[in-house]
Design a protein around this ligand. Structure first.
Ligand code: SAM
Ligand code: DTB
Ligand code: SF4
Length: 335
């Protein structure tokens, strides 16, 4: 039967979830789980609103890390050529175009293990320029030192994306050039600088349901819940160790979204990579289960995403509209 949810008000954020409780959510009858997640979603957000983000790879390929899912690692032959950090003006022009196309948030991604101080002035210039366009700003640049996080904040950065990617017990099956603890330390620097955190992970890397619960448990027991929580469905990249991974059952993917919504009720849950191979019906279920953001614009970092017209049609058919930005949580979660 249904495992009881321990708290009095199921929509109030909790930071004391146990792994067993999170696993028990995954085990619930599908309809009950989605219904509860949808109810919690409505408590904190207008369920007809979806935030539209656009990504740009500002520095592609040649990365020193060996993340087994990634097209940009120099450890694997994926055919993605390495390129240098883009000029700030080029990035700002791309952001202006994204805004004109309807994007509300612009995320700049770099294939770096960590941010080098020598690159900071150029990165700060792009952030300031994108912010000045009136877009919400996000960056994902690898590991950060506390001082660097403060400089990014001063430049106008709203969110820093740094994913835990999977549960702690599965992490070293996916990447060995850094540890879970390294990720947690950057997240701490990000929070301490007053930046909002964007932190989630990937399903479809051969992990178990317990590992998926482990990821959401790790996120829900952070000192502050992520403000933005991306759930990526693996885009299998030929040439990477995970290039032949078996696809995850779509209903299991919906469960992941629903449990994320329940354990981090105030987070903007982002339906991230993998929409390209999802049916419209599956995406509709994800929005019902609490997803309220997606990447738009035809391209993610190095892989493809649904085009503008098909997303516009999907939103129209589902009665969804772009999120009014006053409703997006303005700063880091306080506990
Ligand atoms: N280098 C930085 C880092 O790893 O933090 C930023 C860029 S990295 C590409 C950002 C995130 O994209 C990863 O943490 C991972 O969750 C996601 N990602 C990368 N490749 C992916 C793939 N093939 N499928 C799904 N998600 C992917
Ligand atoms: C996140 O969690 N997903 C985005 C964003 N954060 C940076 C990246 C998805 C990348 C998908 C693979 C690619 O395009 O290279
Ligand atoms: Fe580098 Fe990020 Fe790709 Fe890992 S996920 S290889 S850190 S770009």
């Amino acid at each position: 039967m249904n495992a009881p949810i321990r708290h009095v008000d199921p929509a109030q954020p909790r930071h004391d979830w146990t792994l067993e409780e999170v696993e028990a959510l995954f085990e619930r009858p599908f309809m009950e789980l989605v219904f509860d997640a949808a109810a919690i979603h409505r408590r904190w957000f207008d369920p007809s609103e979806v935030q539209l983000s656009q990504l740009l790879s500002v520095k592609t390929g040649g990365c020193a890390e060996n993340c087994g899912y990634c097209s940009q690692s120099q450890h694997f032959k994926t055919g993605v050529p390495a390129s240098k950090l883009m000029e700030a003006e080029t990035v700002i022009a791309a952001a202006a175009e994204a805004k004109a196309g309807g994007a509300q948030r612009f995320c700049m991604g770099a294939a770096w293990r960590d941010l080098k101080d020598r690159d900071l002035p150029k990165v700060a210039a792009m952030i300031s320029g994108v912010k000045a366009l009136g877009l919400e700003t996000c960056a994902t640049l690898g590991m950060l030192k506390p001082e660097q996080a403060r400089e990014l904040k001063a430049a106008g950065l709203d969110y820093y994306n740094h994913n835990l990617d999977t549960g702690p017990d599965y992490y070293d099956k996916v990447v060995t050039t850094r540890t879970y603890q390294d990720r947690l330390e950057t997240l701490e620097a990000v929070r301490d600088a007053g930046l909002s955190t964007c932190c989630g992970g990937i399903v479809g890397m051969g992990e178990t349901r317990r590992d998926r619960a482990g990821l959401l448990h790790a996120l829900a027991t952070l000192p502050a819940h992520p403000d933005s929580l991306p759930i990526n469905d693996l885009m299998p990249i030929p040439g990477t160790p995970l290039g032949d991974s078996e696809a995850v059952d779509p209903l299991e993917f919906v469960r992941m979204i629903a449990v994320a919504r329940i354990v981090c009720p105030k987070a903007v849950v982002r339906l991230s990579a993998g929409r390209e191979h999802m049916s419209r019906e599956l995406q509709a279920l994800c929005f019902l289960a609490g997803a309220n953001s997606m990447f738009v614009g035809g391209k993610l970092l190095t892989t493809t995403n649904p085009d503008k017209d098909s997303d516009a049609a999907l939103m129209a058919d589902l009665g969804l509209r772009p999120m009014s930005m006053e409703k997006v949580p303005a700063g880091p979660e306080t506990v």
